[in-house]
Design a protein around this ligand. Structure first.
Ligand code: SF4
Ligand code: F3S
Length: 107
């Protein structure tokens, strides 16, 4: 079952996850990363790499975060692949744990 990037990545976007993924299944948008569910090999290596805990296996995604399952599938088809990490936004740490960031998702 694939892994899913959930809401806490928005505006944090540390990209450590993209550095460790063995199959380069992360795709990058303006302020969020997503996983292509058809490419993810369910290795779980990216879970501890994300310092804000944004990556969850699909079956464990909390109910209020379930829309992110579809968002990962939809946006990974539209956004370019990010095969390597890059510097996060300068204010990334300030956004860790901020609630209701979904409205800030840029496409
Ligand atoms: Fe990549 Fe593995 Fe994370 Fe899937 S679980 S996105 S294959 S690092
Ligand atoms: Fe986002 Fe965490 Fe990756 S903040 S970019 S899922 S390391």
């Amino acid at each position: 079952m694939p892994f899913v990037v959930t809401e806490n990545c928005i505006n944090c976007k540390h990209t450590y996850c993209a550095d460790v993924c063995p199959v380069d299944s992360f795709h990058e948008g303006p302020n969020f990363l997503v996983i292509n569910p058809d490419e993810c090999i369910d290795c779980a290596i990216c879970v501890p790499a994300c310092i804000v805990g944004a990556i969850v296996e699909e079956r464990d995604v909390p109910r209020e975060q379930r829309p992110f399952i579809q968002l990962n599938a939809e946006l990974s088809a539209a956004w370019p692949r990010l095969p390597k990490g890059k510097p996060p936004p300068p204010d990334a740490e300030e956004w860790d744990g901020v609630l209701h960031k979904r409205r800030l998702l840029e496409r």
